[in-house]
Design a protein around this ligand. Structure first.
Ligand SMILES: Cc1cc2nc3c(=O)[nH]c(=O)nc-3n(C[C@H](O)[C@H](O)[C@H](O)COP(=O)(O)O)c2cc1C
Length: 281
């Protein structure tokens, strides 16, 4: 087993590093390029039923485009994560079921985007969120993930409990650590009183290991990924570094993470997940 491989939502992945939905994940060529250079999961850009020309950040060719790519990739043994947006609950269900039938391992519901907040408004009430998740769960058989907004109006504990109840296995969270975080990587300690350091950390603490947490945001190096793992992430998603550096960023970050694990005598990245402690001196 490779040191950076991990089980996420029960799915075996070749690496805990993957691309974030969006950058380099909309067109067939760029998705295949990612797959050629990296053994981890491939995350698709968010898609809706018919495709979108606007907003700019959600431009996509529609779910059938991604379903065709998913069929090709899964036939080659690749692990694919489809990402869903929609303007209605019905659209979410239509997109999720199409991706599920095309063979993706995981469907990620993108509830973090403004487009979704302004249409479906899944966080407008707890009942609304429960209804959406319950309906998607009822219609799909794949593993489900939810990308949560940074400013969700409910406590992480309440959301984590709802996810458990509706069999959502994975929560994709912001890796919004403070810039001035004083961390001793070798000792896996942070200076100061025990506190919540990021959304990733909050969901890790509140979900009591019943949810797998994925960190997204600011993962540019193996060190960033290592710290995200210490705060509870089982996997990390890479966005901006892919735009700046190209597909090779995933392999570089994976190799840097692998070296850091090896230097500290770890056989598997799972040994460091959630291991961060606080030192009050
Ligand atoms: C150009 C661009 C397009 C994006 N498109 C999507 C998308 O379709 N779905 C999604 O969930 N997130 C999307 N995102 C957000 C990324 O997945 C990620 O959360 C964000 O870039 C933070 O990670 P980073 O700091 O590594 O860039 C997009 C980001 C960028 C920069």
């Amino acid at each position: 087993m490779e040191r950076t491989s991990i089980r996420l939502g029960g799915v075996e992945l070749g690496s805990s590093i993957m691309n974030a939905s969006g950058p380099r994940s909309a067109e067939r060529g760029e998705i295949f390029e990612l797959g050629a250079v990296h053994g981890g999961a491939l995350v698709f850009k968010s898609c809706n039923v018919a495709g979108l020309e606007a907003p700019d950040n959600l431009k996509n060719r529609g779910v059938e485009h991604f379903a065709a790519i998913a069929r090709e990739l899964t036939a080659r043994g690749k692990k694919v994560i489809g990402s869903v947006v929609g303007a209605t609950e019905d659209e979410f269900i239509a997109v999720a079921t199409t991706l599920d039938r095309a063979g993706v391992s995981i469907v990620e519901l993108n509830l973090a985007d403004d487009y979704v907040a302004k249409s479906v408004a899944p966080f407008a009430s707890f009942e609304r969120l429960k209804s959406l998740l319950g309906r998607v769960r009822g219609e799909t058989s794949c593993v489900l993930a939810v990308k949560v907004p940074p400013n969700a109006p409910f406590e992480p504990r309440a959301i984590a409990d709802l996810f458990k109840a509706t069999r959502i296995a994975i929560v994709v969270c912001a890796n919004d650590l403070p810039k001035d975080l004083e961390i001793d990587i070798a000792a896996a300690t942070v200076t100061g009183k025990p506190r919540v350091l990021s959304q990733t950390h909050a969901y890790f603490r509140e979900s009591e290991n019943l949810l797998d947490v994925v960190a997204v945001g600011g993962i540019n190096t193996g060190r960033d990924a290592y710290i995200a793992h210490l705060t509870g992430a089982k996997a990390s998603q890479v966005g901006s570094a892919l735009i700046k550096e190209g597909a090779g960023a995933l392999g570089r970050i994976d190799r840097e993470l692998d070296s850091m694990l090896a230097e500290r005598g770890h056989q598997s990245v799972s040994e460091i997940v959630g291991q961060l402690r606080f030192s009050e001196s």
